[in-house]
Ligand binder design. Structure first.
Ligand code: GCB
Length: 616
């Protein structure tokens, strides 16, 4: 009885907190005006855009602010800024790769876009939607501030009052600031490039006045260890932008299954619970997606959704009730050939295509939520996904505001992707050094992730207690108690000794849970050949992976997969070996030109062998 009331309390609580966010999901299905393309810019390292000459101080609300005015009104006007075509940047796209002056830039850039709009006035609302802006975005339209957002890898939207929109010459300005701060997420120190700018798509969306803001249509969580029923149960909800009128109905349709069900709207949030007819479950071998249509009186949206169950059961991970071994790879959201952030369907096709060539059925999208094109493509290719927020290394764990920032990013990540069958793990962070404050912080995030979505596993890449026992390393991070999957970053033979150390080392965890190696790897400069004892040579990396694979074969039965570090070389200001790194982390199995290194073939061969043995 106690347990039941707890469950009711938890879901009631999550319904209330879900109602607070105004993020719209499934935006690809919405009528919208793309604002991608050229945006004019002003680089502003001194924050002059806020400078008020009258008071000699920085003030957001002053007549000269860069968001407020554009060109000279008449020839006598003194104007010391302006937006012109000569200074323009492509959106989406980080600024770093677009102009040499931006390579190392961390600071403010003002972006401006003019647009016209054929407006359908009346029964509509407008939202400005950003796929991601790194890190802080202050958004102004036609001289009014719409809002501010922090967090470089998650979407956000602001409602645009219709009275603010003009048919011609709308003046949209975004102040983008990618300076790093100790109390942000991530914090000052990361092992990746702090690409700045409007890095993902921008659009003006039009929705009916009463609209479907978000929804979850997923198979009900099943921890019984059994395969889903022939007619599997769906559990979810539909969230409207506001409380519905009396008697409002919500219809769910899956045309391919000839399925239709009508629900009475219960409030802003309506819980869904129903059984689907017999269907093809989603899996890496059969990544079947069904069109799901959701209708209210005034609105309609549709998505393509795969149906599967995923759960940690004892020490195994069960996909549709069957144990699965994850042949993974970690991936950064970066296209090394062009030294830029990934943002497009073509970029996703490159990255996931490379992962498939390696023989993967899983990817760890490190260390932040990647572009939505990645999880969408993973859905249709049948690739399992670990998705993570940038709670990385030494976040200011004792600061409740920082926890709030991490939670906001977690919620945005989950809201965007909670209908993606591919996503099986929400990760709340990476290698966070053990202390009571950090465990409390991370536990909080894990709890929040479960409240928001109880159908997936939750995890984090944990710290290891090296040589706790002779020749046995133990993953006993106290956070292990709260995760579904005990994952750890391993690196034996790169950060500790030489690869032959793997011969005498074993791994375990005291937790009776599945064990996953979320990272392991070593640097090799593509094309640099030497003997296998020479660091940074392809031969060293090849030897490293040979020893690793041999060690993995001795892993305990609870070992359920691995995502080596990393698919491709990536930019990092921390990697300053002038001969071999030169500002690149070289742990890629592909080099920065897309060539496969020798180690690639070691992993590929092992993955092929596993695939044969396990038939999936
Ligand atoms: C790690 C981090 C990853 C680094 C990697 C490395 O443990 O999680 O972000 O890039 O090691 O190369 O050292």
């Amino acid at each position: 009885m106690k347990k039941l009331s707890l469950i009711i309390f938890v879901s009631f609580w999550s319904l209330i907190t879900l109602a607070q966010s105004n993020l719209i999901s499934n935006t690809g299905a919405r009528k919208s005006l793309s604002l991608n393309g050229k945006w004019e810019y002003i680089v502003d390292p001194y924050e002059t855009g806020f400078y008020d000459y009258r008071y000699k101080e920085l003030k957001e609300n002053n007549p000269d602010a860069y968001w407020n005015t554009d060109v000279q009104v008449n020839k006598t006007e003194k104007k010391e800024h302006g937006y012109v075509e000569k200074y323009s940047l492509e959106v989406p796209g980080d600024w770093n790769h677009q102009e040499p002056q931006f390579l190392f830039y961390e600071g403010t850039v003002w972006y401006k876009k003019s647009f016209d709009l054929e407006k359908a006035f009346g029964e509509h609302k407008f939202f400005l939607y950003f796929g991601a802006v790194n890190y802080r975005a202050d958004v102004y339209l036609n001289g009014k501030k719409l809002g501010m957002h922090k967090g470089g890898f998650t979407p956000f939207n602001f409602e645009v009052p219709e009275s603010l929109l003009k048919e011609k010459g709308n003046f949209l300005v975004v102040k983008v600031d990618n300076k790093r701060y100790a109390d942000e997420v991530p914090t000052l120190n990361t092992d990746w490039w702090n690409y700045g700018g409007i890095t993902r798509e921008v659009k003006l969306m039009e929705v009916p006045t009463d609209f479907i803001q978000d929804f979850v249509v997923q198979l009900k969580k099943d921890t019984s260890g059994k395969a889903p029923d022939k007619t599997p149960e769906v559990e979810g909800w539909v969230k409207l932008n506001r409380a519905p009128a009396k008697g409002e109905l919500i219809t769910i349709e899956l045309p391919e299954l000839k399925y239709k069900k009508v629900f009475a709207a219960e409030g802003q949030l309506t819980a869904l619970h129903f059984k689907l007819p017999k269907l093809q479950l989603w899996s890496p071998e059969t990544p079947k997606l069904y069109t799901v249509i959701i209708k209210t009186k005034n609105d309609q949206t549709k998505d393509k959704i795969g149906f599967r169950t995923i759960a940690a059961h004892g020490t195994q991970v069960l996909l549709n009730g069957k144990p699965i071994f994850m042949r993974g790879i970690s991936i950064h959201g970066e296209i090394p050939q062009e030294v830029r952030r990934a943002y497009s369907a073509a970029d996703a096709a490159q990255l996931l295509g490379q992962a498939r060539e390696l023989g993967c059925n899983m990817v760890r999208l490190a260390h932040y939520p990647h572009d939505e094109t990645m999880t969408r493509l993973a859905d249709s290719l049948g690739i399992l996904v670990w998705s993570e927020i940038p709670v990385y290394w030494t976040i200011d764990f004792g600061n409740p505001e920082v926890l709030g920032k991490a939670k906001a990013q977690l919620e945005e990540m989950i809201t965007r992707d909670h209908n993606r069958a591919s996503v099986i793990i929400w990760s709340v962070g990476n290698e966070t050094p053990i202390s009571p404050v950090r465990t409390n912080f991370m536990h909080n995030l894990l709890t929040r992730a479960r409240e928001l979505d109880n159908t997936r596993m939750v995890s984090a890449a944990l710290e290891v207690n090296y040589s706790a026992l002779k020749d046995k390393n133990i993953v006993d991070d106290p956070l292990g108690e709260f995760v579904d999957l005990v994952a750890f970053n391993e690196y034996l033979g790169w950060y500790g000794g030489l690869p032959d150390k793997c011969r005498t080392t074993n791994w375990d965890t005291p937790y009776n849970k599945p064990l996953f190696v979320s990272e392991t790897g070593g640097d090799a400069k593509g094309g640099f050949h030497a003997d296998s004892l020479t660091r940074f040579s392809e031969e060293y990396q090849e030897w490293y992976f040979k020893e690793q694979v041999a060690m993995f074969k001795r892993m305990p039965a609870k070992f359920v997969g691995i995502s080596p570090w990393i698919l491709a070389d990536f930019r990092s200001p921390k990697r300053n070996n002038p001969l071999y790194q030169d500002g690149w982390n070289r742990k890629g199995l592909y080099d920065d030109k897309g060539n496969k290194k020798k180690a690639f073939y070691i992993m590929k061969a092992w993955y092929e062998q596993i695939k044969k043995e396990q038939q999936h």
